[in-house]
Write a new protein. Structure first.
Length: 146
């Protein structure tokens, strides 16, 4: 289940985001959409990085969660709409597609994937989801290309 809090004036394809979420987990996810100033605040507070970023994931860490109870929330994702607009323009695709890419990336982190330490598992999983939803290149692929 996806709960969305949109603190911006941007429109969101709720059905696409819910469909992506439901394809990966039945657990509850909170998605917050905000501007750069707010995500920068979260990034500084929780990651000690004083800069805006595209997406942050906050898994709920709890012994009950590790038992894979479907009724327990999985965590929260925060997405910067400023980044969505900037990257969609840069890569010449829709804001809707960019938002979906960021959600996928955040969800995979909540599910325990880590592209910085794994052997490509997150990239492979991301590529499959992107293909299933007919979306453009993933964040990991774009990062590797630059």
């Amino acid at each position: 289940m996806l709960n969305i809090e949109n603190f911006t004036n941007s429109t969101v394809n709720i059905e696409l985001l819910k469909s992506i979420t439901n394809s990966l987990t039945s657990r509850e996810i909170d998605l917050t959409l905000c501007y750069n100033n707010k995500i920068k605040q979260y990034n500084k507070e929780y990651r000690q990085q004083d800069k805006a970023t595209d997406v942050l994931s906050f898994p709920i860490e709890n012994d009950l969660i590790s038992m894979e109870n479907d009724f327990m929330p999985l965590g929260s994702i925060v997405i910067s709409v400023d980044y969505v607009i900037e990257k969609a323009k840069e890569y010449q695709h829709s804001n809707e597609s960019e938002m979906a890419l960021l959600l996928i990336h955040g969800l995979l982190h909540l599910l325990g994937y880590d592209h910085e330490t794994d052997n490509g598992e997150m990239r492979e999983k991301e590529a499959l989801i992107i293909q299933n939803f007919n979306l453009p290149n993933s964040l990991i692929v774009r990062t590797e290309e630059n």
